[in-house]
Design a protein around this ligand. Structure first.
Ligand code: ZN
Length: 169
């Protein structure tokens, strides 16, 4: 059973042994802790990931049935390529297996499914049109309009799932 602990600076971690941490850390009740842990990682990812960013997927393991796979996740930010596998698993509430996020599904591109779900979690209210290269599916569904979203000219896409692009490594 893992416990959730919070540091004075707001960092929230999951640990198998709360006694290893100093007295300045607070043990959170389980349900509240799980929620706070997820919210903490969503907020962390939101700091670096912007709409139109590309998320890279790396297949770590695929079950023989093909119904389950474990995918490592990377993002290129200002400091270069960073591994966001753990934060992604925490933000989605999906488990980590074989150094990847465990993804369940069949008959679909699991990398797309993972990034689409992450994108919806990070941009639950959708996102403003980016312009010419906007990844929103509204454009493939007939929205030929590409001027970027601005205060003077609102152009909002409601499905946040398409804010991020995905690519296999
Ligand atoms: Zn757009």
């Amino acid at each position: 059973m893992k416990a959730y602990m919070q540091a004075p600076d707001g960092t929230i971690i999951q640990t198998a042994d709360p006694s290893l941490w100093s007295d300045s850390w607070t043990l959170l009740p389980n349900k509240k802790g799980a929620k706070a842990f997820r919210a903490y990682h969503i907020a962390r990812l939101r700091e670096t990931i912007k709409p139109e960013d590309k998320i890279y997927c790396l297949l770590r393991h695929r079950s023989r049935s093909g119904m389950v796979c474990d995918i490592a996740v990377k993002h290129t930010g200002p400091d270069g390529l960073s591994d966001i596998t753990f934060s992604t698993s925490a933000a989605l509430g999906w488990s980590m297996q074989n150094n990847g996020v465990r993804v369940n599904g069949c008959g679909m591109d699991m990398g797309f499914h993972l990034v689409y779900t992450l994108s919806r979690v990070l941009f639950p209210k959708g996102f403003g049109c980016i312009g010419e290269k906007c990844p929103s599916n509204d454009h493939s569904n007939g929205d030929r309009d590409h001027p970027p979203h601005s205060d003077e000219r609102p152009h909002w896409h409601n499905d946040g799932g398409y804010a991020l692009r995905h690519s296999w490594l």
